[in-house]
Design a protein around this ligand. Structure first.
Ligand code: ATP
Length: 319
């Protein structure tokens, strides 16, 4: 291969820029040019891209978001647009593609692979919900953002003797809520992977009150219900008044943590290696501290599951 392309797709995540940089630098190291495609699959269909030279990815390792912009492009599910994009790539001499995104983005890459266009996926999402890899790029940064926010909420909760519900992102995955709840010492954590017991949550609040505790922090993953729905439940069932904080998009922003930058560097470099060695239809990831690559099929067939032992631990530590 002499020329490949890279794009970012789906929800943005801190560390995507570091991954783009790694792809460009590693490819150049091997004498391969990299085109940066703008706005994910939208730009792929239109052939909207430009050459990323070594200097063009300077000074972005510490920046959140993605310099290539991202988009959701529903029409890319149609074969005619996939073929149109492949044609644009062929015209520009692009022989392979690195896709940085979530599982939806992987499905797009998989479709291109089945049409004979080599693709490799890098997991970039704060949700940490991609099967086959233990961590995704952006998760660590988002986790730190959530924990810092909860710490601040705790200050005001303590001062005003309030109980707070904090609604955390993660789509159908509970990792962000679970890890953040553990790290911030939340009293209760609700995640989609585990059935919640409203009576247990109430009991924990009341037990705390009985021993003089004036506030509690309850973390709810957006995949379970909204913070306001939970507040309504607690009010109706036990007359418990809570304040609700929805952290929202701040969770997706900010300078990537050192851990996410290192992960982006390792996965970006491996993705290029896989493409240059003739691999296609594969995703890169991390398992037991080792960089791995595996078939997209594995990512689609396995189901991501938050670490149950952490959930059990959170219950034990917040009695
Ligand atoms: P996040 O998890 O952060 O939301 P994601 O990659 O899962 O990221 P999606 O919106 O699901 O985000 O997918 C991104 C894009 O991938 C879609 O807008 C679409 O262009 C493409 N895509 C998704 N599913 C398919 C599919 N089945 N076939 C082809 N392309 C797809």
């Amino acid at each position: 291969m002499k020329k490949i392309a890279v794009l970012t797709s789906g929800g943005d995540a801190p560390g995507m820029n570091a991954a783009i940089r790694a792809v460009v630098r590693k490819a150049n190291y091997h004498g391969v040019e990299v085109m940066g495609i703008y706005r994910g699959y939208e730009g792929f269909i239109e052939g909207n891209m430009e050459l990323l030279d070594l200097g063009s990815v300077g000074g972005i390792i510490q920046r959140g978001g993605t310099k290539l912009f991202s988009s959701r492009c529903p029409e890319f599910k149609e074969k005619k647009y996939q073929l149109q994009g492949i044609e644009k790539m062929k015209q520009a001499g692009v022989e392979g593609l690195v896709v940085i995104g979530g599982d939806g983005s992987y499905r797009g890459a998989h479709a291109l692979t089945t049409l004979g266009f080599p693709c490799v996926g890098i997991p970039g999402t704060i949700d940490n919900d991609i099967p086959g890899t233990e961590y995704t790029i952006g998760f660590d940064t988002a986790l730190n953002t959530v924990v810092e926010s909860i710490d601040k909420i705790r200050d005001t909760a303590t001062s005003h003797e309030n109980s707070f519900i904090v609604e955390v992102m993660g789509r159908d995955a509970g990792d962000l809520a679970l890890w953040a709840g553990l790290a911030a010492g939340a009293e209760s954590i609700l995640i989609p992977e585990e059935a919640y017991d409203i009576d247990d949550i109430i009991e924990r609040i009341q037990r705390g009150e009985a021993r003089g505790k004036k506030h509690s922090i309850i973390i709810v993953a957006e995949g379970v219900m909204s913070g306001s729905e939970l507040a309504k439940l607690l009010k109706e069932k036990a007359g418990i008044h809570t304040r609700v904080s929805v952290l929202g998009h701040i969770q997706r922003g900010g300078s990537p943590s050192a851990r996410d930058r290192v992960l982006a560097g390792r996965l970006g470099a491996r993705a290029v290696e896989v493409l240059l060695q003739g691999g296609s239809g594969r995703a890169v990831g991390i398992k037991n501290h080792q960089v791995i690559d595996y078939d997209f099929g594995e990512a689609f067939n396995l189901k991501h599951k938050a670490e149950v032992s952490l959930y059990t631990l959170s219950k034990e530590l917040s009695i």
